[in-house]
Design a protein around this ligand. Structure first.
Ligand code: 0X9
Ligand code: ZN
Length: 311
């Protein structure tokens, strides 16, 4: 069963191959971009999808900051695939004219390969730390309020699962995202993780609500709408909540994208809901239903942000 699952989920190599095929099939709307290289030298890839007009609002979807969260590669990949393959159909065609969608399905390719080949439950990247242990948690390494917490869920001990790293953006994987987001000025970000079926929005570093009431209401509203859209497909409930309600962390992706750029930012924790249902080990026959239920929420996010006036 293990070998079978590995075949139905993407490796870094099969992902690159399929992203390349998408870009080659539709060079008019899709471009494969290497946004950086991992510690072990693997390309970190993003597919840019749009008519390339310039000055249009852009939306970013990312996946697989955490190595073992295999489904978090597949959902953004299937989003990219559908946008490219149905690029000429309404309403996708109009989104790709009025805006642009960027998809980076595997931010942590080294960790992901390690999870496939060596340790299925590996989480971090593959940095060799000063104490000889391996790995920085990429989702603790972003530069907004980085390192301010010292708790089990956000640790300064290198061998810990949630090691924040020696400094903000110490890792090439988070540097790649930092540089991309700094360049492209996205209107919104969704980063996929697993598991628990949650829709998380900032803050993660504090239980205090976001002070800007408009931003807060916008993100709470969007999260609730996503919940409804997801539930409408296969009945699965994804609970919206502030990230810190799950547990406190400093330096996660969405605290940085919201804290630095003020853009709507969500962490979507995909299937399953519980450890008893498999936790990080999601049977491959659930890849498609997980994508199907997340499709309308992702589409709505795109639609909302690309049809809004450019900031
Ligand atoms: O711990 C994480 O990085 C995310 N959960 S996971 O099980 N995929 O590792 C959640 C990050 C959301 N932020 C906070 N909880 N603060
Ligand atoms: Zn995760």
């Amino acid at each position: 069963a293990r070998a079978e699952a590995a075949e139905q989920y993407h490796s870094a190599a099969t992902l690159e191959e399929e992203l390349r095929q998408l870009a080659e099939a539709r060079p008019d709307i899709a471009e494969l971009i290497e946004i950086g290289r991992s510690i072990e030298g693997r390309p970190i890839l993003a597919l840019r999808i749009g008519d390339r007009r310039g000055g249009v609002p852009k939306v970013l979807f990312m996946g697989c900051h955490h190595a073992r969260e295999w489904i978090a590669v597949e959902v953004p990949f299937l989003l990219a695939k559908e946008l490219v393959e149905r690029a000429d159909e309404a309403p996708i065609a109009s989104w790709l004219t009025s805006g642009e969608v960027w998809v980076a399905p595997m931010v942590n390719p080294d960790g992901h390969e390690h999870s496939r080949a060596q340790e299925r439950l590996w989480r971090k990247n593959r940095r060799r730390n000063d104490d000889g242990s391996f790995g920085v948690d990429p989702n603790r390494n972003y530069g907004y309020m980085w390192g301010i917490l010292d708790v089990p869920t956000s640790s300064h001990v290198p061998s810990d699962e949630t090691y924040v790293g020696p400094r903000a953006f110490s890792e090439p994987e988070t540097q790649a995202v930092r540089d991309l987001v700094g360049c492209e000025r996205f209107a919104g970000v969704i980063t996929y993780h697993s598991y628990s079926q949650l829709i998380l929005y900032p803050w993660g570093y504090t239980e205090k609500p976001i002070p800007d009431v408009q931003h807060r209401e916008q993100m709470v509203g969007m999260a609730k709408e996503m919940q409804t859209l997801i539930q409408g497909v296969h009945g699965k409930i994804y609970v919206p909540q502030p990230s810190s309600e799950l547990y406190p962390t400093a330096g996660d992706t969405t605290d940085w994208t919201y804290g630095t750029y003020g853009i709507p930012s969500f962490t979507v924790e995909l299937r399953p809901r519980t450890f008893q249902e498999g936790g990080f080990i999601l049977p491959p026959d659930q890849i498609l239903p997980t994508w199907e239920e997340n499709r309308p929420a992702a589409f709505r996010f795109i639609e909302q942000l690309v049809t809004a006036p450019v900031a």
